[in-house]
Write a protein that binds this ligand. Structure first.
Ligand SMILES: [Zn+2]
Ligand SMILES: [Zn+2]
Length: 346
């Protein structure tokens, strides 16, 4: 998706402060010196999957959305597991994520791809603007001192993990097992903020540009059903049908058998039927994004003038006409329903 929304002046990357983040991406090249062992590859895979679970099931579905219940001990385990991914503190992560849902793909959205693809993928958290934990967004968890500590010293657990891996497994385990899996995990999680708002299908006419994408669901243990999630975010499962695999949900369901997880929530049938994208339903989220993109293209074309400008103008007019046709179909449908109801009452 091309950028169609202008970022605020304070929404820019602090390149100097971001050097460690970019430098970290060079660490896996050290395999030239350390070599790769089967053990380090297995460790890489295990750490990717395990930490992805803590981020998706813990940071996201529990702390950001409270889609199920945990006791205080398990709550701490989830926060600790998530912090091992080195994606900042639990309160920082969950608080900012709540912000994303509040303004999804609107100008106030902290990481909409409408503000640029790379901004949504990594730029936003490399900006000073979003450095602090948004405490007002996550007040329901700031009462737990252990979570506040973990949030403040979020780099302590992954540092201890890295040290432990180095001492037990040696340099190859550290480079491949820890660093490579941490980097893959970064970009796996970040795809939900970037790609899951650009590529995939839309089942529900949400007011954002979220998509359902099976490939992203595979690499994120179920988070790729992002349009489902934006439609009904308080649900524990994000795959709404049996074929929408959702590994994080399966694990939570298994933990609920032992009583470690309680109050799992699923979308009610009314929610599954509401705002379905069928012919005639106005998809406001996509219309807004396409219209803004059209206006931007038109402004650029205006400078070039002539046939090019006319072509862009016609494209935009067609988009508006299509939206009007959808709205007309809805009102026709509404009139039919109202007519039937009136008839029945008589
Ligand atoms: Zn969410
Ligand atoms: Zn989203």
């Amino acid at each position: 998706m091309a950028m169609d929304m202008v970022r605020n002046a304070d929404e820019r990357v602090n390149w100097i402060a971001s050097i460690p983040f970019f430098a970290m991406h060079l660490v896996p090249f050290l395999i030239v010196f350390t070599g790769i062992t089967w053990g380090s590859v297995v460790l890489c895979a295990v750490l990717y999957v395990a930490r992805m679970f803590f981020i998706t099931a813990g940071y996201h579905r529990y702390f950001a959305h409270r889609s199920y219940k945990l006791g205080r001990g398990m709550q701490f385990v989830m926060a600790l597991g998530g912090s091992l991914a080195a994606q900042k503190g639990v309160l920082w992560w969950a608080g900012h994520h709540r912000d994303h849902h509040l303004y999804a793909d609107q100008p106030q959205d902290i990481h909409s791809p409408r503000k640029g693809f790379w901004w949504s993928h990594i730029g936003w958290f490399l900006s000073d603007k979003f450095k602090a934990t948004p405490e007002d967004r996550i007040k329901d968890f700031t009462m737990y001192p252990e979570l506040v500590w973990l949030d403040r010293y979020s780099l302590v657990p992954p540092t201890i993990l890295a040290l432990g891996i180095f001492l037990v497994g040696g340099p190859s385990a550290l480079v491949v097992g820890f660093f490579l899996s941490t980097i893959l995990l970064y970009h796996g999680v970040f795809t939900i903020n970037s790609l899951a708002h650009v590529f995939g299908n839309r089942r529900f006419a949400t007011t954002d540009t979220s998509r359902n994408n099976w490939l992203l669901a595979m690499i994120t243990l179920g988070e790729g059903w992002h349009n489902n999630h934006h439609h009904y975010r308080s649900s524990t499962n994000q795959g709404f049908y049996w074929w929408e695999f959702d590994v994080s949900f399966y694990v939570l369901k298994a933990l609920s058998v032992f009583g470690l997880v309680r109050g799992i929530r699923k979308p009610p049938i009314e929610a599954l039927m509401k705002k379905r994208i069928v012919k005639g339903v106005f998809d406001r989220g996509m219309f807004e994004a396409r219209f803004a993109k059209g206006i931007l293209a038109l402004e650029r074309a205006k400078a070039r003038g002539g046939v090019y400008y006319e072509k862009k103008l016609r494209k935009l007019e067609k988009l508006v006409a299509r939206a009007k046709a959808s709205a007309a179909e809805i009102s026709q449908y509404m009139r039919t329903v109202q007519g039937l109801r009136a008839g029945r009452i008589c």
